[in-house]
Design a protein around this ligand. Sequence first.
Ligand SMILES: *Cc1c(COP(=O)(O)O)cnc(C)c1O
Length: 397
Amino acid sequence: MNKSVYMDNNATTSLKKEVLDAMIPYYTDIYGNASSKFYAVGREAEQALYKLREKAAKLLGAANVNEIYFTASGCEADNWAIKGVANAYKRKGNHIITSKIEHHAILGACEYLEKHGFEVTYLDVDEYGKVSPEAVEAAIKDNTVLISVMTANNEIGTIEPIKEIAEIAKKHKIVFHTDAVQAIGHMPINVQELGVDMLSLSAHKFHGPKGVGLLYIKNGVRIDNLIHGGGQERGKRAATENLAGIAGLVKALEIAVENLDKNVAVMRDKRDKLIKGIQEKIPYCRLNGPVGEDRLCNNVNFSFQYVEGESILMMLDMHGIAASSGSACASGSLDPSHVLLAIGLPHEIAHGSLRLSVGEDTTDEDVNYVIEVLPPIIQRLRDMSPLYEDFLKGENK
Ligand SMILES: *Cc1c(COP(=O)(O)O)cnc(C)c1O
């Protein structure tokens, strides 16, 4: 049996054929360096880069082309946003506000800054992973220079009230950044409508290539240069541009935006069928994250009592199913996911978590296969657990 079902689209997505096709000319014909203006193939590259930037600005609803900065990943965009703004505003203040459920790229950058004289408030979230705008406002101090809250959570799919938080930041004249890496392709994103000052995204999360991201920086926001060297990216991030990667990012973004409604409807349908099927067939499970409109259209996250997430993953893999237990970046560490702990799960329940993230190409057949394969896996693992045995004895008294 060689069946293979990919249910880890929050970790990465497949590269679309049309995206690859859009990238190839920049490896073959338009191979010039976009900074080499004295000959045709260089100018061609420069013009292509301008057009791509212009298109990205339009697709994201940015007011100006020069507010779009290409980076080498989502992590890079996040790191730059946090450290770059903190350092640029250091004389105004040294306080940053973020949430406990951010991606490690944000949390790691904040922890780094704490070692260098900054103070960080990590806001609590509610049981569904929601950051409260009131809590953001209450955390603001005279020395607050930056607020960063993600648009949508990569582990439990919570969509955050970004517009409200952006308004609060604006009222207090504080720079507001959002990590929208999981949001692109899953919900409408328009930087001006959201009212954000900075926004990060990463191509490989929406069927683009790996190793290319983007940071939107609204004109007027001060930010330290990330890479010193040449004049690329307005002198803020030196390095010869990854034109093929950028072409891939922009093509993937274009496809994602154009097909958004259709894709969201498909993903919601598969997500809901998965949730329903699992809830019907597996006792003692807990859906982590919100239900309905506030949940990312492609995310499913369950905790199963008395089993280990890693064991579920191994047994799913034997059946050709790719899934995740918490965040891909978190795996490899022994601690349960910081997101699951932040929503109040005890350690042992957080350890038994499974994330299934569907994509626009997920079929009913894929969903049915998972719903058929998963329940006996959970049952088998529970049968091996002495705790489960004790629990059943207690139930049957
Ligand atoms: C994947 C992810 C990132 C990191 O993006 P990379 O391009 O893999 O570095 C950042 N934030 C969130 C929410 C993510 O899901």
